[in-house]
Design a protein around this ligand. Structure first.
Ligand code: KG4
Ligand code: ZN
Length: 346
């Protein structure tokens, strides 16, 4: 599709994400200028259950989708008819949650005659880097969130090769489960991040899974080791700060080791972090130090772009728009959608 440079710079994309428990919408101009970015968190609803209740999440998305999109449009001073396209998360995620975003985007696209773009949520996370930076290709991407933990080699927009992945829990999921067990509530990542600052990361030697010969991760053994440790010493005055800090140290060790190994093996000196866990302060510090040692260029998204948001979906949608990859009105959400697989309707 031939789009002039001027037209590309003026492209106004509405990005919508309802993949999990946040209702998010944003307007992005020219692929990187965030005009508005609204995220309505459902933390208060799910925290009393210690995790996301899918049925409650989709019901809440239904209530929030119009107000959130409306606020994004208002904040950007944009009318729906001014938009160049609507980009929406097709998957992966909770099917009931995804359904709300996809149905809403399809309706908006139909009523205002706007092109519809289907975005893979993981591609959205990786593309959040282009909202603030311009890393050259190829680069190594560590995608570390509540649902996924993978390392990709990214050769161009839309060209991803998975080099490693978790064989069980995602890192964020391990944070959330350990936090629930320690009585810290949901989501666990930010709490463990904060509490660990007052603990000793070397207090307890929790296991680091070494899956030899691969760049894969495994966090379920670590999670069990933490639970067993706390159960085994119920009467001893176990400092929760030390447990949290020691758990966190084990997660960060393997994330930093594996992504460094991936970069060295592929001979690529650019690393991009993305996903909710990349907001972790200790991970950001450790990976920054390691990147300096190895002379890597490191790209860390700002905190508000690490966790789920609509701007990253609009940023990914921008590149799909330029490639002319639009979805049809038959678009349906997909709970499982590996990165690199062509979204439906293309
Ligand atoms: O990317 P995201 O918002 O949603 C998914 O796509 O999963 O990531 C959410 C995950 C949760 O597991 C949350 O506990 C974790 O990211 N998280 C953190 C931090 N902030 C969010 N984990 C560790 N440290 C943080 N500061
Ligand atoms: Zn996410």
């Amino acid at each position: 599709m031939g789009v002039s440079v001027d037209a590309v710079e003026n492209l106004l994309i509405l990005g919508i994400d309802t993949s999990c428990d946040d209702t998010a919408a944003a307007i992005v101009k020219g692929g990187s200028r965030i005009l508005s970015n609204v995220v309505s968190s459902q933390e208060a609803i799910h925290s009393k259950y210690g995790g996301i209740v899918p049925e409650l999440a989709s019901r809440r998305h239904m209530e929030l989708i119009w107000p959130v999109v409306g606020e994004a449009l208002k904040g950007a001073r944009v009318r729906p008819g001014d938009l160049s396209a609507v980009a929406v998360t097709e998957g992966p995620g909770l099917i009931g949650s995804l359904l709300i975003g996809v149905c809403f985007a399809k309706a908006l696209s139909y009523v205002y005659d706007l092109p519809l773009i289907a975005v893979n949520h993981l591609e959205g996370h990786i593309n959040s880097v282009f909202l603030t930076d311009r890393p050259e290709f190829p680069f190594i991407a560590l995608m570390v969130s509540g649902g996924h933990t993978s390392i990709y080699r990214v050769d161009d927009f839309g060209q991803y090769r998975e080099l490693g992945r978790t064989r069980d829990d995602a890192a964020g999921e391990a944070y959330d489960k350990v936090a629930k067990f320690l009585g810290f509530g949901y989501p666990g990542g930010p709490v463990i991040d904060r509490i660990s600052a007052g603990g000793d990361p070397a207090a307890i030697a929790f296991p680091r899974a070494d899956l030899r010969g691969s760049l894969d991760f495994s966090f379920s053994g670590l999670k069990t080791a933490v639970l067993n440790y706390v159960r085994r010493f119920p009467d001893v005055n176990v400092r929760k700060e030390d447990v949290a800090a020691s758990f966190q140290a084990a997660v960060i060790d393997v994330l930093v080791e594996r992504v460094t190994e991936a970069a060295l093996t592929e001979g690529i000196k650019r690393i991009v972090l993305s996903g909710g866990v990349s907001a972790n302060s200790a991970l950001r510090k450790r990976i920054t130090e390691r990147a300096e040692d190895e002379c890597f260029d490191l790209y860390l998204p700002p905190l508000n772009l690490c966790t789920d948001n609509g701007a990253m979906i609009a940023a990914a949608g921008f590149h799909l728009f330029r490639q002319g990859r639009f979805a049809s009105a038959a678009l349906n959400p997909r709970a499982c959608l590996p990165l690199g697989q062509h979204p439906a309707g293309l």
